[in-house]
Design a protein around this ligand. Structure first.
Ligand SMILES: [Zn+2]
Ligand SMILES: [Zn+2]
Length: 273
């Protein structure tokens, strides 16, 4: 029997509703005109704000430039654990300077990644702690990259807390109990397109367990495209598929997911949508 690929049409959001892609990398999609097209079609379909995230100094500079150039785009600056070795004193000072731009609404992405150890763990931990301290001083919410490091990150956030400006565990991949621990520290949990994968059973269970008022949605574009674009280039527009899957898992409407996750993003990042 030949298996026919399912054709899933783009979910249609009520024209009064909005979604926020809380985490993407516009500069990795494209440096110029194509990114503008990507933003146009996201905005037209109701994804009315995106936060484009820095992973090192050059991409943080680009994130701020994108946010200044395009309506609906906000920026976060920071050094990803893969690039933790880049966090010199000068880099930290430059991040602080960039964060002063009015379009910068978060600090990140920062964290620990034990899957791809591009930087030694001790270097990742030190870069994470120094950036957490800077974010706290700047009163910016922190955007946490957490790959197979739930326990370590939890302990560091706990010992360096409290976090009055809040934060988000982006691209969440844990279970409901793990999410609950981060929520107790005041964090939001951001769900990526992975939730649309049939085998993402742990994430399905987590989404059912996490209260809607602690959830955000994201693409992490150009990575991790949801079904039906799995394996292709992701873009902010596809936040719609992730939100629809959350609606299905929680047995509520797409518009309810949109309204609450957008309110959450507005509250955390202080953005207007
Ligand atoms: Zn990440
Ligand atoms: Zn990312």
């Amino acid at each position: 029997m030949s298996k026919k690929k399912k054709n899933i049409p783009l979910p249609v959001l009520d024209r009064h509703a909005s979604l926020v892609d809380s985490h993407c990398h516009l500069d990795m999609i494209d440096d110029g005109l194509y990114a503008e097209l990507v933003m146009d079609r996201a905005l037209a379909a109701g994804v009315r704000a995106v936060i484009t995230i820095g992973i090192d100094l050059p991409s943080s500079i680009k994130a701020v430039a994108f946010a200044r150039r395009y309506a609906g785009v906000y920026a976060a600056v920071g050094i990803h654990p893969h690039h933790a070795a880049d966090l010199t004193d000068a880099a930290l000072a430059e991040l602080a300077r960039l964060a002063g731009d009015g379009r910068v609404v978060g600090f990140g992405e920062i964290g620990i990644d034990t899957v791809k150890d591009y930087a030694p763990l001790a270097v990742q931990q030190s870069a994470f702690i120094r950036q957490l301290q800077l974010a706290k001083r700047l009163n910016l919410p922190v955007i946490i990259h957490n790959r197979e490091a739930h326990e370590q990150i939890y302990e560091l956030l706990k010992s360096h807390g409290p976090w009055p400006a809040g934060g988000v565990i982006h691209c969440f991949s844990g279970d409901g109990a793990t999410a609950e621990k981060f929520i107790e520290l005041g964090f939001y949990i951001s769900i990526p397109g992975v939730v649309t994968f049939a085998n993402a059973l742990l994430l399905h269970e987590a989404v059912r367990a996490i209260p809607l008022n602690r959830l955000l949605v994201e693409t992490d574009a150009p990575f991790l495209a949801p079904v039906p674009f799995r394996g292709k280039t992701n873009e902010p527009l596809y936040t719609l598929y992730t939100a629809l899957k959350i609606a299905e898992l929680k047995n509520i409407t797409l518009e309810e997911v949109a309204a609450q996750t957008t309110a959450n993003a507005q509250k955390l990042f202080g953005i207007s949508v």
